[in-house]
Design a protein around this ligand. Sequence first.
Ligand code: ADP
Length: 418
Amino acid sequence: MGEVDSSKKVADRYLKREVLGEGTYGVVYKAIDTHTGQTVAIKKIRVGKQKEGVNVTALREIKLLKELKDPNIIELIDAFPHKGNLHLVFEFMETDLEAVIRNHNIVLSPADIKSYIQMTLKGLAFCHKKWVLHRDMKPNNLLIGPNGQLKLADFGLARVFGSPDRRFTHQVFARWYRAPELLFGTKQYGPGVDVWAAACIFAELLLRQPFLQGTSDIDQLGKIFAAFGTPTPSQWPDMVYLPDYVEYQYAPPSALRKRFAMASDDAFDLLSKMFTYDPKARISVQQALEHRYFTSAPLPTDPDKLPRPAPKKESSNSKASDFNPNEGPTVLSPPRKSRRVMPERVSFEGNAPQSDKVDDHVGDIRQAAGESTSRNEPVPMSVDFSIFGAKPPNRPTINSADRTHLKRKLELDFQQPE
Ligand code: ADP
């Protein structure tokens, strides 16, 4: 199946269009939802060899992600298996924050920057409230819709499929946005990692270029320490106990206020609080949203007035306009009998997503950070509540009726062809 057939339908519903790019977990396609006529983005995730089936724990998590609905979170519309791959269907977005930052024809006023970072923090606040961490915050994961709304993409996927950065040797990962506790190998991290990443994005909006561009994990910490000064034990008491802690030569803080001369005092104050070394002392997303920066003049720009690049052009082989929702799509799913169910497993072990070398290496492969290597040891793929220190109190659970329904649905839907 080398060619991309523009009339191909997936799971009897989605009309496949061009490849949009390749991300951490697999190839992303543009598609038309034949039920609604809506344009969507489908992320195809290779979940393992055909006979292994699809992990039920992961599917439960995916189901929970579907419940996360907020104006600043990209909506997961649908999730289904097809030909041994898990397909995640998201609302289609026109551009992303990286394209905004990199486009030097775009002028970002202080009010525009405030608006973009406020939407980022609002999306994060919603998810942290639901006990979901992002863990892969970077400007190209902040997608922008036709009305200027910024929405966090890939939310929670890191928890379902494992930390992307450690599994993909061919993939870039967002080292530049990693919190120091992650770089020192902490196993018990919390929402603070997303706050640090959001601070890096805030800095990048102000500077119009990535702030801390390390070339390795060691160098990343070096860059952080050169900017803020090497942390002292009184600033960050737990630092010396972190698994990969190594002592760095003392460096004094740099003249950061000068580097961020374009920032208002309020902006700089908030930025500094988000860049706090000790994750326990770091400002939370909710506190950040309550910072006076967001209520002092200038007020954030209305999203629909935000400057952004022209939406990506429709590709020439796309026939979205010819699409007739009344034409019944072809069913591609295999007949039920030939499918099989896999018993539930506790982890995603051996079921890591792989690069889609076979049929999907078409289209542009984005190299967001210009890096090509990453750490290689695997991380546990199971759902990990220890990231919050304790089991979250209000985490939504699947009740028994849901469970029976889900199980039946999974038995029907998530069987693999022999
Ligand atoms: P990464 O894992 O590197 O963050 P993604 O898997 O999110 O990358 O996306 C890969 C490509 O697909 C990117 O070019 C991104 O812009 C595009 N893309 C992802 N989701 C959407 C969407 N909902 N709408 C439009 N384009 C998308």
